[in-house]
Design a protein around this ligand. Structure first.
Ligand code: ADP
Ligand code: MG
Length: 371
């Protein structure tokens, strides 16, 4: 039954992970101890899933089962389209190559340099020229702030640097799935920020799915989903709405920068997502305006009297002037290509103004700068 569902074509993307009725035990006979109880979970492409839970709740065990690093007892696990219980050893090895593993025991080769450790992972995957491997491996190490340590061996690196080499090694092949167990535990705040950014970019740009155990709030802020485990059970599994993503945008936007996190969240929670087709008008000059728009993806063209006056991209907003002045729309805004926006209605916009003097002042300032 579940096999059939798995291979059925569907408008939904095929899940990257599907776990059903999973039970797991350590030990044998009298010392047999159940540590996972009836786990069920589906992870879609591009999802950044954060797992939290007290020590001993089964997070690492679950990750190692999904990564086929230990074998299954009861239930089923499908990963990247494969039923793990049906893969032979060769199939398992091949499947694991599509997964980037970042575990605490990073097992770098002491005799190889940072770059050589990363290269080795790429060589195992095959199909890359020496030049391509050099370029990609170096780029990955640089992105993780190790540009000056490329030719160092692990023993000349700090714990945090070794951890970053392990991360570069896991990601260099652009795996479709990343399984990471507290990947930033040994890292300083700057490196953590780099790693977090890299993870998020991979989910957005390449559609990589990431399942990660962490208690780091910087990662939790970017997560699409929070799975919480207690005593071997998933006790909550929350899809985060777009509010956090909107906050990410808003806090970089001139008018919203000084809002407190609570004020930002209040605004974000009242915004809704709206798509436009290429060329479609979002607002028209002369219309009565009731909404504020934030560009989420794509670009818009702002025209006055038929002349282009500006282009706005992700994180930029428009439509505030009619709301602030009560006058009609002073510009037409057209979707340049496919466009995704977050929209804030007039009532919520006014409520936000009332709630925050700083918000009001900031918006007014931007408004007057534009006019
Ligand atoms: P977490 O990662 O959430 O801290 P773990 O998956 O490491 O939890 O552990 C879950 C439970 O399984 C704990 O009670 C732990 O003591 C036990 N456990 C973990 N690894 C082993 C092992 N290799 N042999 C026996 N018991 C283990
Ligand atoms: Mg653990």
């Amino acid at each position: 039954m579940s096999e059939q569902l798995w291979f059925e074509p569907d408008t939904e993307p095929n899940p990257v992970i599907r776990v059903d009725g999973l039970n797991f035990f350590y030990g044998e006979g009298d010392s047999r101890n159940q540590v996972l109880f009836d786990i069920g979970c589906v992870v879609q492409p591009g999802q950044l899933v954060v797992m939290t839970g007290p020590s001993g709740s089964g997070k690492t065990t679950l990750l190692t089962l999904v990564g086929a690093l230990r074998s299954l007892h009861e239930g089923s696990i499908h990963v990247l389209g494969h039923d793990l219980s049906r893969l032979d050893p060769t199939g398992l090895v091949r499947m694991r190559r599509d997964i980037g593993f970042i575990f605490q025991m990073h097992n770098l080769f002491d005799s190889l340099t940072a770059y050589e450790n990363v290269k080795m992972a790429m060589q195992l995957n095959g199909g890359h020229s020496a030049a391509a491997m050099r370029e990609r491996g170096t780029a990955m190490l640089e992105r993780l702030g190790l540009g000056h340590r490329i030719d160092y061996k692990p023993r000349s690196l700090s714990g945090g640097q070794r951890q970053r080499v392990a991360i570069a090694r896991a990601l260099a092949n652009r795996p479709r799935l990343v399984l990471a167990d507290e990947p930033t535990a040994a890292l300083d705040p700057d490196s953590t920020r780099n790693v977090v950014r890299l993870f998020k970019d991979m989910t957005v740009e390449d559609g990589t799915s990431i399942v990660m155990v962490t208690h780091d709030h910087r990662i939790i802020e970017l997560a699409d989903r929070l799975v919480h485990m207690v005593d071997g059970r998933i006790v909550s599994d929350i899809m985060l709405n777009d509010a956090l993503r909107i906050c990410e945008f808003l806090k970089d936007v001139e008018g919203f920068k000084n809002l407190t996190p609570t004020e930002l969240t209040n605004v974000a929670e009242h915004m809704t997502k709206r798509h436009y087709m290429p060329g479609e008008a979002v607002i028209r000059e002369g219309d009565v305006g009731h909404e504020l728009f934030l560009v989420s993806e794509g670009e818009v063209r702002v025209e006055r009297g038929g002349t282009e006056v500006a282009r706005l991209g992700p994180g930029e907003f428009f439509g505030e002037s009619a709301l602030l002045s009560g006058e009609r729309r002073n510009a037409t805004v057209l979707a340049s290509g496919p466009l995704e926006t977050y929209v804030l209605g007039e009532d919520q916009f006014k409520a936000a103004l009332e709630a925050s003097a700083s918000f009001r002042d900031q918006l007014r300032r931007v408004y007057f700068m534009r006019h």
